[in-house]
Design a protein around this ligand. Structure first.
Ligand code: BGC
Ligand code: ZN
Length: 354
């Protein structure tokens, strides 16, 4: 069968290869992949700066954002049968005596020895067939159709937002205004989820006011800020919640000025640039004097995928085709290389498997 693989830490190693079709073991299912989404993590794996093949393999099958159909079930699989449409979660528990992995929240793994399909020590789903433990599959209602390929990135946002709200239970908190830095898939999905929660939402990016990203923000009742015209540091409003979804140090530091009293900021990027913050003392004092809080959030667990399904249905109901508009490129597997070249108006690229 055909598979899209990379060989980290080699640079630009992504290619299509023929590999043997996997067999589902006990408790596993064989999946027929329908589509995979490509994100920044896939591009970083292709750049050779992230990711790791399974032990004993030279290559890593990519694809952690997937939509698939159950083709065959292994022994002792009871909840799924042939034909079910599913999205697999990404992270799998470590094998140690880890409280969080043992209780279904491996997104909070304590040992760091977790596995991630398509990223870290487990093959992904960008192959004609793939296997996953049945316990980590999310059943997709037919109404969602192909849009469910967005469920994995949405689960990342669901976790970030739920965690923000949970953390803020430290006091009485009635958030009114949110600011989302970045309008890639995560930023736009965060904008939608915060709108569903009834917040006034600002989303900022570098694209012009008539760009697709700006239109999607307005489509869901948000306010778009073009930071080339209106730099974040010139904004005087303060916000209850700030979500950083650019992965850029510069943008993240600038966004600190948006934090109102008792507010919370969630970081979703992997910040690779080296950049010192000369005013770190001021940043810390500002955190203390305003009870402000910053936290990072990575990965997600089944509960966030389940929340994502409910919210996707609600977004469809309220904002019609807002989710469809995020999918800007649909490529066939044979054109996979294009997915690793970014295009100006691209939001989410999907690769289809026949
Ligand atoms: C994935 C997460 C994963 C993270 C770090 C992201 O792109 O969506 O599931 O935990 O990368 O590997
Ligand atoms: Zn663990």
């Amino acid at each position: 069968m055909k598979a899209m693989v990379a060989e980290p830490p080699k640079r630009n190693s992504v290619k299509l290869v023929e590999i043997p079709k996997p067999l589902p073991k006990q408790g596993q299912v064989l999946l027929k992949t329908l589509s995979v989404g490509i994100d920044g993590t896939d591009r970083e794996i292709n750049e050779g700066i992230y990711g790791s093949p399974p032990s004993g393999s030279r290559y890593l099958v990519l694809g952690h954002e997937a939509l698939a159909r159950v083709q065959e079930v292994g022994d002792q699989v009871e909840n799924f049968s042939e034909g079910d449409v599913v999205v697999p979660t990404v992270r799998r528990p470590c094998k140690e005596n880890c409280l969080n992995c043992r209780t279904g929240i491996s997104d909070f793994c304590l040992t760091g020895n977790y596995f991630e399909h398509g990223i870290y020590k487990l093959h992904g789903f960008a192959s004609e067939y793939a296997v996953s433990d049945a316990d980590f599959l999310i059943r997709i209602p037919p109404e969602l159709g192909n849009l469910a390929v967005l469920l994995e990135p949405l689960s990342i946002v669901e976790k970030a937002v739920t965690q923000s709200f949970k953390i803020q239970e430290r006091m009485m908190w009635k958030p009114k205004r949110a600011f989302v830095v970045g309008a890639g898939p995560l930023g736009l999905l965060a904008t939608m989820i915060l709108r569903l929660k009834g917040l006034e939402v600002y989303a900022a990016a570098t694209r012009e006011k008539e760009s697709l990203k700006a239109k999607i923000v307005r489509n869901v009742g948000g306010t778009y800020v073009n930071v080339r015209e209106t730099p974040i540091k010139t904004l005087e409003e303060k916000f209850d919640i700030v979500i950083e979804a650019t992965g850029r140090v510069e943008a993240a530091l600038e966004a600190l000025s948006l934090l109102g009293p008792n507010s919370v900021m969630c970081f979703l990027g992997v910040y690779r640039e080296k950049r010192a913050c000369e005013e770190f003392g001021k940043v810390l004092t500002n955190m203390v004097l305003g009870n402000r809080l910053m936290f990072g959030s990575v990965s997600s667990n089944k509960s966030h995928f389940e929340m994502g399904i409910k919210d996707m249905l609600e977004i469809k109901r309220r904002y019609k085709d807002a989710l469809n508009r995020l999918i800007t490129r649909k490529l066939h597997l044979s054109d996979f290389e294009q997915a690793f070249r970014s295009e100006r108006e691209d939001v989410k690229t999907i690769i289809h498997f026949k």
